[in-house]
Ligand binder design. Structure first.
Ligand code: RB5
Length: 140
């Protein structure tokens, strides 16, 4: 699967870990930055990742900031984007199974690389359950 990745300065080091993991799992990564720890504005990177998902270049996206909150707020402003804040395993998995999340948001100041790795593994491999969940998604 091709996955767009983006972060702000708060998510830079966790993004590197997530890129490494995704490549090990055989995925293709489109890294939209940022690429240094200079302070940047997370909506710019949310926009870049969501554009990749919206135009079909990438099937899904992962956004990382300090908490994941700003990225999830920004990402959900874009048409067709269903971004879920997934700082723990159950919510992240259910965001795929019940909400067909196409963007995962993580908080690098909230979770460590070990948990983030488990979350990403689960999120990329969990299928959407469809059925009544599709009906609910069609309502917004
Ligand atoms: C940046 O300092 C921080 O505000 C940002 O990474 C994020 O946590 C916003 O939601």
């Amino acid at each position: 699967m091709k996955i767009a990745l983006g972060c702000d300065h708060g998510g830079l080091s966790l993004k590197a870990e997530v890129v490494k993991l995704l490549l090990e799992l055989g995925h293709v990564v489109a890294d939209q930055g940022c690429h240094s720890d200079e302070s940047v504005d997370y909506p710019d990177f949310a926009r870049a990742v969501c554009a990749q998902v919206q135009n079909g270049s990438c099937e899904r996206g992962i956004l990382i900031c300090g908490t994941g909150v700003g990225m999830s707020m920004a990402a959900n402003r874009f048409e067709g984007i269903r971004a879920g804040l997934g700082n723990e395993l159950f919510t992240a998995r259910m965001s795929r199974e019940h909400n067909d999340a196409n963007v995962l948001c993580l908080g690098a100041r909230v979770i460590g690389p070990g948990l983030a790795g488990e979350i990403v593994r689960s999120w990329v491999s969990t299928e959407f359950a469809g059925g009544r969940h599709q009906r609910r998604i069609d309502m917004f």
